[in-house]
Structure formats: structure tokens, C-alpha cells
Write a protein that binds this ligand. Sequence first.
Ligand SMILES: Cc1cc2nc3c(=O)[nH]c(=O)nc-3n(C[C@H](O)[C@H](O)[C@H](O)COP(=O)(O)O)c2cc1C
Length: 271
Amino acid sequence: MSDVVETKNIQITSDNIFEIINNRRSIRKFTEKPITDDVLEKILGAGIRAPFAAQLYSIVYTRDPEKMKKLKIGTYSSTQLLMIFFVDFRKIEMIINQRNYNYDYDDGMLLWLGLQDASLVAENLILASEAYGLGSVLLGTAPLQADLIAEVFNIPSRVFPVVGLCLGYPDTSFETDVRPRYPLKYTAFEDSYADLSEQEIQECMKSMDKGYITQGYYIKLQAKVPLKKGKDPIGYDKYSWSEHQSRKYSQGSWKKEPLLAILKRHGFNLD
Ligand SMILES: Cc1cc2nc3c(=O)[nH]c(=O)nc-3n(C[C@H](O)[C@H](O)[C@H](O)COP(=O)(O)O)c2cc1C
């Protein structure tokens, strides 16, 4: 651990990028310690230093628990500050108009670039917030609540939520672990994609499942995905990461309305 460094009022807990990256884990319980404007400005500033395709993003944040609740995106109750990262076509279109051009591009591709831009900003900001001793967890269902988010935060057409981020100082009484990943050799391939064999896939599953079960991840979160049909044969002692993923993505969409329809309602031309 590197020394604690004081810069003005901000306490940096680590300035070693590898230490920050390798120890980061999602935090879902926070203390009541507020995030000062000073720290907020620093982490936002670091966020927007991410590489960008066309700065196709905006961030809206709130410290208001009532607003957080209204969004229905699974915000953890002790969250001190909630951020939503948006794909933002509006600003670039205004710039184009200022220069007396008219927008004419594939909305699908621009959306893709916007997702890339917004995701990079989010990760930069997450790592910067870790450096200041903050913890965070992303909320991936934000796009499904685009209507509510638009209402609460006055979001115009052609601006669309990518992901939410709960932030706060970690409550250390709630233990968290560094979560496993697939073995690197099954993730990064030189020169040619390696289509994994059944056995290699099983190795991937094993590396994840063993870690999540040993760490009691789902027991602590009480986060089993219920089966839509039949009795659940698996107790929490055997409920694994691969079982969780399988249940999540094999029983129909979370919301009846497909994401594409929601995107179209928010002004994106994706036909
Ligand atoms: C795009 C994205 C969406 C996520 N959505 C949620 C979510 O809605 N709720 C939640 O508790 N965690 C969410 N997570 C956190 C993941 O569960 C977590 O990153 C993963 O289990 C790995 O654990 P780690 O972040 O501690 O390494 C999300 C993560 C990502 C990258």
C-alpha cells in the first residue's frame, strides 16, 4: 500500500494504478460519509480524461435518495451519490448545426461509439474514485428505465442512459472480496480467436464458480434468480456464478418491451 497522500482537503488512499485496478471490487454498502464537491470534481475530471470517439456522453448525478428511488434501477439504499452515464447525440448535433451542417449518419453506429465513449468515462471515473478511497457498483438495467430517468432528470430526446453508478465510502463491516475472472488464456488470444472446447469452457466455469461459492457471494447478497418453472433444486451452498448467468439469460427478457423499442421512443432511428 502506498503512503496516504494529502493534497489540500483531499485524502488520496493510493496512487498506484496496479494496486487500484487489482484490488477493485464492487461495493454495495456505504457509510454515511458524504462525497465532497472537491472529491466529486476530481473524479469527474479524471472520468472525462478517458479517450473518446466524439465525446458522445453526458453524466447526470444526484445525492437525493428520493430521486434515486424513483428511478427503479436497483440503487443500493446506502448510496451517497448516484451517477447515470448517458449516450448523448444532442450536443454533437448542436455543434454540427452551429457549423451549418445537418446530421446525416447511421444512428446505430453513432450509438455504438457513444456506448464506447460512455463506458470508458465510467471506468476512468471508477478507478479515480478508488484512488480517493471511494467504492462503487455499476447498475446495468438503467437503459430499461429510460422513461423514468428522463422524467426525473429532464433528459431530452437522443440522450439515453447507458449505465448507473452507486458511489460512497465503503462500509467495511460488510465484507467484500476480489472476484475471480476467467483464466486469461481463455480471454485474450494472439492472432486468431480460439473457439474453446467443452473442457476449456468447463475450466472457465470452474474458475468462476469455485470463487463465487467460496466467497459466499450469492448468500451474502441473497440474490438468486428464481426459476420460472418447477421447484428450485439448487441451494445457496451450490448456487454458482454460471448457474446465476444461465438463469438470467435463459428465461426471457427482464422487461417485456425490447430495448430497441425504448431506444426508438427516445428518438433514435434504428430501423
Ligand atoms: C455493465 C455492468 C452492469 C452491472 N450491473 C449491476 C447491477 O445492476 N447490480 C449489481 O449489484 N451489480 C452490477 N454490476 C456489478 C457486477 O455484478 C460486478 O462487476 C461483477 O460481479 C464482478 O465483480 P467485481 O466488480 O467486484 O469485480 C454490473 C457490472 C457491470 C460492468
